[in-house]
Design a protein around this ligand. Sequence first.
Ligand code: HPA
Length: 266
Amino acid sequence: MINNDTLDFLKTKLNGFIPDTAIVLGSGLGNFTDLIKNPIIIPYSDIPGAPKPTVKGHQGRLCAGIIGKHKVICLQGRTHLYEGMDPRTILVSTQQLKDLGAKRFIATNAAGSLRTDMPAGSLMLIEDHINFSGKNPLVGAMKTPNFPDMSSAYDVGMRQKMLDIAAKENIRLFSGVYIMALGPNYETPAEVRMFRQFGADAVGMSTVPEVITAVQSNLKVLGISVISNLGAGLSSENLSHNDVLQIVETAGKKLSYLLQKFLEED
Ligand code: HPA
């Protein structure tokens, strides 16, 4: 578990830099931080008590600095519940970001499409989510349980701004519902059909626990998925993590550009 030593450590490293926006960069999106001039880089392995990601494509470091009009702290790589971590660790990490000064939380991820009209290489703005992971980072994490309102978890103003930017830049941005499966296996075709019937548009193995903790911490949330593949059974191809990484690499550049434009606004 992360503790107060972690916060002190991070404050010392950040040396007076107060981020307003925290950005989690999922598989293949790590290069986004190239936009930061003179970044402050903190490898997760240096942070006392921090969980270390074990998944290929996740770099495992914090990278802080200025992009556009904003002071950002980027998490290059995340840990997933399927790695066996205690879900409460995510709550603590999010609270630390808030304590460092963040007011906004942007989550990116790679996801499988549940719609044949949203092909691999698309970008999807998350308008809502379904927690199908069977886990919740708030369970047992608070002395007195509270009941966060999730009726507008993904901030309407940030979503509209992103849609306006995408329209202006002529970049197609789908909107949809993200469903989280625990993983680490990809879904069966039957699960993909079920998720579609639930009303989901994309499936992935991350983001939902972070967003729950961000809402609990009163951060404004934006979420975007890079669609790396059609869900199992929707195409004739089998799924492999390497294929996922390859598609994300290309589509991730479009997302980096959109995020850059987003950060150039107030
Ligand atoms: N399913 C779950 N997670 C994913 C997928 C998928 O098809 N693609 C990328 N992450």
